[in-house]
Every structure is written in structure tokens, then in C-alpha cells.
Write a protein that binds this ligand. Structure first.
Ligand SMILES: [Zn+2]
Length: 423
């Protein structure tokens, strides 16, 4: 199934024809299993890549290996001198960068929102952001998390080319670059895909993973892997007697700011949810993670210690930010994921051109799904569990206890969702 999605459609950027076509294909394959997939539509601020150009003009003429970051807006072609701003802190800026293109080092700790604001306030015309992965890779970081158009064009530049420009500038050589951007923001109508496997009880175990990916590669690891695991769960659990209802959700819009899971979490209402399991680039699990909620730990311990071969690192309880579990957590739902590393030679290409199906050994899908399915069945059957929502004050602690609040505030996510979190 995943090979067909990857090879027949390519990268599943939310709102693109490829993403829509691939989701229809997945729905058709689920129907062929005798299931009734449901498309749940929602809208989000999207972005579409155009035929952009980034070229070195001086000291030599050469196309740059660079691509626009999401939410870069179109502009007329221009040429400008390049200035190195190191890690992009205010103290790293020379006195005058007006009209210049800034070269930003991958060591920056600033979010896209922060470094673009600093650059725009100083009158810069563009940013070349050196990629954190080497080997000619184009894209690791992403653009806006809140759907805002970037105030100036930002290009992710292959690390080797970025280092080249840094060395030229260090020797006082003038560096001049030409940018031409056709990529643009646009509102997008898209959907999540849901399969509900009815149990004896309406209490729900939600298992979700994002379906969308970036556009350059095929999104095989990020997150075709989770897409395939959910499909394998649908295959394995259909027709099975379940004590609780299992809801499988393929989210769209994750890469651009968790839009699909935000929509799903915001429309949960009073649904009796026991827990949400998030599958985002989950390889073969070595531990299960309660994501900061102590109340889940006993059930996870019971499950793991009852396994013929327990996970080697057992149960962990560490919250982290930046995937589809976060909106559920903010809605008070308990969330679970796995500590499940993927070999470096496969995982390094995520978001980039080489995130293709050949990087994903089938055995990873087989072995991981066996463990994930085992946990889902245990959660669906455990009599000691029940529907549960945290109080907003406890939810806030879930993030502050792990120092996540600053980053969430910096990208403008925390205050917004706080208003929608439930009593
Ligand atoms: Zn992902």
C-alpha cells in the first residue's frame, strides 16, 4: 500500500493534488478490506511551491542548491549582497543589513518566526538558512507553524554551499545572490481520514499518525511509516471483538502546524477517550512513552511486563512537543508514543528529496506494527482504565514540567490552544 502511495503520487503536501489523490487511494484500499473510512474535512492556511530560483551571481555565477521554506511568498526577482549573521541573534548582526540577503547558520536556536522578524525589522531582503543536515540535503527545517506568511523570502541552502559562502565572506570576498520566488500561501480545504472499529464500549482508544508529508521526496519515513502502521492495524483489527472502540486517524496538515490533529482534538466534544497513541516516525519500539502523564504509567507497566519479550527500556514518561499528540494533550486527553529509533541512514532524509520508499525496510513496519497492535489491544481491554480528561491546570503542568512552554509560546501556539482546552 505504501509503495503505491509513494511511487504513484509522490510527496503528500497538504492541499496538493498528490495528497488528495493518495488519500483517496488509501480510502479505496481500506474499503477493499471491508472497512468504512470517513473523510472529515477541515480548512487550514496552506502553501504551494512554485518554480523558484536561487542563484549565486558573484564571485561566480552558479545556481544554488536551495529551496524556499514553506510560507515564503512570491516576489519580483532581485539581486542583493549577502551578509553572514552567524546564529542570527541581535548581537550577531552588523550595523546595517538593509537591502541585503542574510546567511543564517544552522546552529541558530531561534524559531522561524523569531529570526524572520529580526531580519525584516532591520530591512533585510531575504535569508539563506544553511541546512543542518549535510551531504547536499536541501530541507530539514520547516516554515511557519501557525500559517503566517513569512515577512521575507527564506531559502534552505544545502549545508556545503552555505559553508562555501561563509568561507568567502570570511575572506572579505563579496557574495551576491539572485532570488526569484513564485511559491505562495493559499487557503487549503483538506481532510483527515478516520476508521472506527466498534468495540463493546463506546470508550475510545485513538491511534493517529500524520498522512501528509513535505513535497520534495515521497514522505516514506515521515510519515508514510505511520500511515502504513495504521493501515496494518486496520487490517489486523477489522472483524475482531474489541472491548473498547478503536479509532484510527490519518491526519493531514501536520507538517505545516498540526492542523489536522488540532481540528480533530477541537471537535472531540465530550467523547469518552481513554488515550491517544501517536505514530510519527515510530520505528521498532524500545520503550513506550506516557508523554508526561503519570496516570498512564501503571497501565503501560502492566502491558509491558506481561509481554513475552518486554521492551528493553520499558516505560518512559517524557513529554515532547511537535507532533499530533500535542493538540490532544492540550484538550486534556492522555497521549502515548514510543521511543522507537529508525536507523540513521533512513531517518536522516526526512523532509528531503531522499525520503523515499527504498529507505524503509519492510521489516520495520512488520515488527513495529506487531508491538503497536499489542499495546492497542491491551489498552482496549484493560479494565483498570477509563475515559479521562486532565484539568487545564494539570495540562499546563504537563508542558511546563518539561520546559516546553517557551517554545510553544515563541511559535504562537500555546495561548491559542489554551483557550480551546477543556474544563
Ligand atoms: Zn512527521
Amino acid at each position: 500500500m505504501l509503495t503505491r502511495l509513494c511511487d504513484d503520487f509522490g510527496g503528500r503536501l497538504t492541499g496538493s493534488a498528490a495528497d488528495r489523490g493518495a488519500m483517496e487511494q488509501l480510502a479505496a484500499e481500506l474499503r477493499a478490506l471491508g472497512l468504512e473510512p470517513e473523510l472529515v474535512p477541515f480548512s487550514m492556511p496552506g502553501w504551494e511551491r512554485g518554480a523558484d530560483r536561487a542563484e549565486l551571481v558573484a564571485p561566480l555565477a552558479r545556481p544554488l542548491r536551495a529551496v524556499a521554506l514553506a510560507y515564503t511568498q512570491p516576489h519580483a526577482a532581485f539581486e542583493a549582497d549577502v551578509t553572514d549573521i552567524g546564529a542570527g541573534q541581535p548581537a550577531d548582526y552588523p550595523a546595517d543589513v538593509h537591502g541585503r540577503i542574510l546567511l543564517l547558520d544552522p546552529s541558530t536556536v531561534l524559531t522561524t518566526r523569531e529570526y524572520t522578524r529580526l531580519a525584516a525589522e532591520r530591512g533585510a531582503k531575504g535569508i539563506l538558512f544553511i541546512n543542518r543536515e549535510g551531504g547536499g540535503q536541501l530541507l530539514a527545517r520547516t516554515g511557519s507553524f501557525v500559517g503566517e506568511a513569512l515577512p521575507l523570502p527564506v531559502y534552505s541552502l544545502a549545508q556545503e554551499e552555505g559553508r562555501w559562502l561563509q568561507r568567502l565572506l570570511k575572506r572579505g570576498r563579496p557574495v551576491r545572490v539572485r532570488l526569484e520566488t513564485h511559491s505562495h500561501c493559499r487557503d487549503v480545504d483538506t481532510a483527515n481520514l478516520v476508521v472506527r472499529l466498534k468495540g463493546k464500549s463506546p470508550e475510545r482508544i485513538i491511534v493517529g499518525g500524520h498522512f501528509d508529508s513535505w513535497d520534495l521526496g515521497q514522505g516514506a519515513l515521515d510519515n508514510g511509516l505511520g500511515t502504513a502502521q495504521l493501515f496494518a492495524l486496520a487490517h489486523a483489527l477489522r472483524g475482531r471483538e474489541l472491548a473498547r472502540t478503536v479509532e484510527l486517524v490519518w491526519f493531514n496538515g501536520e507538517e505545516q502546524g498540526l492542523w489536522g490533529s488540532r481540528h480533530a482534538a477541537a471537535t472531540l466534544g465530550d467523547a469518552p477517550v481513554v488515550a491517544m497513541v501517536n505514530l510519527d516516525m515510530v520505528g521498532v519500539p524500545i520503550a513506550v512513552n506516557a508523554l508526561g502523564d503519570e496516570s498512564l504509567v501503571p497501565a503501560l507497566e502492566r502491558w509491558n511486563s506481561g509481554r513475552a519479550v518486554p521492551l528493553p527500556l520499558g516505560v518512559q514518561n517524557i513529554n515532547w512537543f511537535g507532533s499530533d499528540h500535542t493538540p490532544y494533550q492540550l484538550a486534556g486527553v492522555r497521549a502515548i508514543t514510543f521511543n522507537a529509533p529508525i536507523p540513521r541512514e533512513s531517518v536522516r532524509y526526512y523532509h528531503d528529496l531522499a525520503d523515499t520508499i527504498d529507505k524503509l525496510p519492510e521489516q520495520i513496519v512488520v515488527d513495529s506494527t506487531a508491538i503497536i497492535g499489542d499495546l492497542v489491544l491491551a489498552l482496549a481491554a484493560d479494565p483498570a482504565l477509563g475515559a479521562f480528561r486532565r484539568r487545564p491546570a494539570d495540562t499546563e503542568k504537563l508542558f511546563t514540567a518539561f520546559g516546553l512552554e517557551r517554545r510553544m509560546q515563541a511559535i504562537g501556539y500555546w495561548p491559542h490552544e489554551k483557550q480551546t482546552s477543556r474544563e
